[in-house]
Design a protein around this ligand. Structure first.
Ligand SMILES: [Zn+2]
Length: 416
């Protein structure tokens, strides 16, 4: 049986690592605090009877052997790194719930036919190196040595350098591509939105995962004297950028019914002084949706809008696509499977899309993947106010346990 006291203890064990003055947590990928959390989690995994190994990227894989060691693996996982000044639940929940599930199986002495693996994916948050879900991308063979060398943090330290400092060998990154057969992958996560809380549901069965497309725009005008340059003789990069920002908002709003969201989160104007017309502006734009068509409509229209703004204002705009991930549809069979598991419990359950990206969206390319949400207070996440109740945590963990028991049995197989 899921032990709420034990889970609470694990959360509080992690709650002393990477603490900020304001009550939040900072555990940036590959930092000391990230590594401290990692050590604690490895110990919890070993105590739960898991045999722990690491891949070339440092992803942690804890294995509970199956009666048939050659049968495809049932995998559970999430991440433990955080954004700056984030919370103690984002990612951590999925990892601790997975460990609790196998701990319960160990206590009851039951056997599983399929091997079970609990995975902690490294560097899920983009905060440090600018790219998200790196551990799961590596797992799927989508990251090269060149990527590791070029991804840098604000201090200019590359991911490859940081890996070497942690005793990892970036040159061996291809070996981290998971080659075994995965029967199913499951990730439990806090919702990071308000839908469950507002509708009084305890469990969300995820139907699709929105994937981000991230663009960097460099707008180049002419830096000029703010006093001596008449209004009709300017090439102001920032006013051009302002029009682009409003276009991002308008075009995403036009696809509201398809769940597209568009955000300009980075605006850097140069030279950034009051008596000079901005000559260069960098914009960082994030566009997401669970419909690939709808998302790309926004991007195509944005590119067209940028073209006309450029011509009209006499500025240059360079557009670089940093990330273009494909939204993931969870299979109907998986959604029905998880729904059926939820029906064995009294917890109010609803189906819902995920607006945030998760490791599960990459694993979905190589395995039958499912995702479950529990509420977080006020929908707040990536913030010191991030919090989930122990009742909801236990509810989510019970669903994970019931699901993994069934998935790891010899009797259960997917129809397709
Ligand atoms: Zn997360």
């Amino acid at each position: 049986m899921v032990n709420s006291k034990r889970i609470e203890k694990w959360f509080s064990q992690l709650a002393v690592v990477g603490t900020d003055a304001g009550g939040g947590f900072t555990r940036l990928a590959f930092s000391d605090s990230d590594w401290q959390v990692r050590d604690i989690v490895i110990e919890l995994m070993q105590n739960a009877g898991l045999t722990v190994r690491f891949d070339a990227f440092g992803n942690i894989i804890g294995r509970r052997e199956g009666k048939n060691p050659d049968a495809p693996v049932v995998m559970l996982g999430s991440h433990t790194d955080s954004v700056p000044n984030g919370g103690n639940f984002d990612g951590v929940l999925g990892v601790l719930a997975a460990i609790e599930a196998v701990q319960c199986m160990q206590e009851s002495g039951e056997e599983n036919y399929h091997p079970i693996e609990v995975v902690v994916f490294m560097a899920e948050e983009s905060s440090r190196f600018g790219y998200a879900t790196l551990g799961s991308k590596v797992f799927c063979g989508k990251i090269s040595l060149e990527n590791l060398e070029s991804y840098k943090d604000k201090q200019g330290i590359s991911l490859a350098q940081e890996m070497r400092l942690r005793g990892l060998v970036p040159e061996k990154i291809a070996q981290a591509c998971y080659t075994g057969e995965i029967k199913s992958f499951l990730e439990l996560h806090i919702e990071q939105g308000k839908a469950l809380e507002l509708t009084g549901h305890q469990i969300g069965v995820v139907t699709g995962i929105a994937a981000p497309t991230r663009l960097r725009l460099m707008v180049t005008g002419m830096a000029d004297h703010s006093g001596a340059t008449p209004m009709n003789m300017r090439q102001d990069a920032l006013t051009a950028a302002a029009e682009i920002i409003l276009q991002v908002e308008a075009l995403a709003t036009a696809e509201l019914q398809n769940g597209v969201v568009g955000t300009t989160g980075i605006v850097k104007a140069e030279p950034g002084v009051m008596n000079v017309i901005p000559g260069r502006v960098e914009l960082g734009i994030d566009i997401r949706g669970i419909s690939s068509d709808s998302k790309h409509r926004v991007i195509d229209n944005l590119v067209a809008a940028v073209d006309s703004i450029k011509d009209r204002r006499g500025v240059g705009v360079e557009i670089v696509t940093l990330t273009d991930d494909t939204p993931v549809q969870i299979s109907g069979e998986m959604i029905d499977f998880l729904d059926d598991i939820c029906k064995q419990f009294p917890y109010p359950t609803m189906r819902m899309p995920s607006g945030a990206g998760h490791d599960a969206m990459h694993i979905a390319a190589i395995a039958e993947t499912g995702m479950l949400f529990i509420p977080c207070r006020g929908g707040i996440s990536h913030n010191p106010g991030e919090w989930a109740s122990i009742d909801d945590i236990v509810a989510g963990t019970e669903i994970v346990l019931a699901a993994v028991r069934k998935l790891a049995s010899q009797e259960f197989s997917w129809q397709k």
